[in-house]
Design a protein around this ligand. Structure first.
Ligand SMILES: [Zn+2]
Length: 359
């Protein structure tokens, strides 16, 4: 299968346009017309992961963390050279997968057994737009279909959203204009409104124009202050019952198989029972303030000394690696659904898990 086809599928589950502005996602090594029948999924493209890919005949590595993150001035990194020499492509799904409709945090919450309540942060690399288009009634249906197929009208867990109303349009044609209807007394028209994420905006506008019968269709669009609730960083969930902080820590440790975790009590007793739990896999400190407003406890990784001290709610820091590792099997499932032979780099082969000692 071509890398381009694999990338297209991955974009359907984690659109690259959802990535935060500072990130670097997508095809980072290789070319779209390279072939790959076997892939390796890993959290990081480390020397160990590259050796594993070479030894097992993988022509594609999909990682969560970007192999290339900062701008580079020369290609001297032996890892990059080795990957190119062996014709191994690298695709990175990072913050686009963190904020997707089914995200790293959904997979973490599922692994922990949490029932979802609401998104935590609505931060993404995408913005919502409103699109208005005016058309003759007989063109309404095909314009709606074209816009929906191109990505308009997706909001929260709903698709094919639009509003439609009858309006009267007026215009005065120029000397060389070829109007669709005689506008002297006003044309009966339909006004269509769609919401559209910025990642689909260009293709939706193009799709509408391609099926619109007017010589010069009137299509207006503008960004919205509102956000699409389908996307965002972190989630709030619950185990269903009130459960003690200490018991939650035990559940997290067992379900994520982490060798140890940090439990910050924020002045509470470990027997204190809570219901609303915020999760954010990886480094979650940036959404801790939101977690304090929306939840009674925060599960994440990479929490700093000062973040612990400042937090008004208890925190379970299970580690960056252990809170993101559950997402890898989801990427594996997606590759297998494409017919790609695939494996996840074993926990014991991830350097962080293998070489980190707790002494
Ligand atoms: Zn991470």
């Amino acid at each position: 299968m071509k890398i381009a086809d694999i990338l297209r599928h991955m974009e359907s589950i984690a659109p690259l346009g959802l990535a935060l502005s500072w990130d670097n996602v997508g095809l980072l090594i290789g070319q779209p017309d390279w072939d790959a029948e076997k892939a390796l999924v890993t959290l990081d493209v480390t020397p160990q992961a590259v050796e594993e890919a070479i030894n097992t005949g993988c022509r594609l590595v999909i990682s969560h963390h970007p192999l290339i993150f900062k701008p580079i001035k020369s290609i001297s990194n032996p890892l990059y050279i080795k990957l190119v020499q062996h014709g191994i492509a690298v695709i990175c799904l990072h913050t686009n997968l963190d904020v997707a409709a089914r995200s790293v945090n959904h997979l973490l919450a599922e692994k922990l057994g949490l029932k979802l309540i609401e998104p935590l942060s609505t931060e993404t690399g995408s913005t919502s737009h409103s699109i208005a288009v005016y058309c003759p009634p007989e063109a309404t249906e095909r314009i709606k279909q074209a816009a929906w197929q191109a990505g308009a009208g997706r909001y929260g867990d709903y698709s094919n959203c639009a509003t439609e109303s009858e309006v009267t349009g007026y215009f005065s044609p120029g000397s060389s204009s070829q109007p669709y209807c005689d506008g002297a007394d006003g044309c009966r028209e339909h006004a269509l409104h769609f919401v559209c994420d910025s990642l689909f905006l260009a293709q939706v506008l193009s799709a509408i124009r391609s099926v619109h019968p007017y010589e010069t269709p009137l299509i207006s669009h503008h960004p919205l202050q509102s956000v699409n609730p389908a996307y965002g960083l972190g989630l709030v969930g619950s185990f269903g019952d009130c459960i003690s902080i200490g018991d939650i820590a035990e559940i997290v440790k067992a379900k994520l198989s982490c060798p140890q975790l940090k439990l910050w009590l924020a002045g509470y007793d470990s027997n204190h029972k809570i219901t609303r739990i915020a999760v954010c896999g990886g480094s979650g400190a940036s959404v801790l303030g939101i977690a304090e407003r929306k939840a009674e406890l925060f599960i994440s990784g990479d929490i700093s000394y000062h973040s612990f001290l400042d937090s008004r709610i208890p925190i379970i820091d299970a580690g960056h690696f252990y809170t993101e590792y559950p997402a890898l099997s989801y990427i594996e499932e997606q590759l297998i659904s494409l017919g790609i032979s695939c494996s996840v780099l074993d926990r014991s082969a991830h350097e962080y898990s293998r070489d980190m000692q707790y002494i």
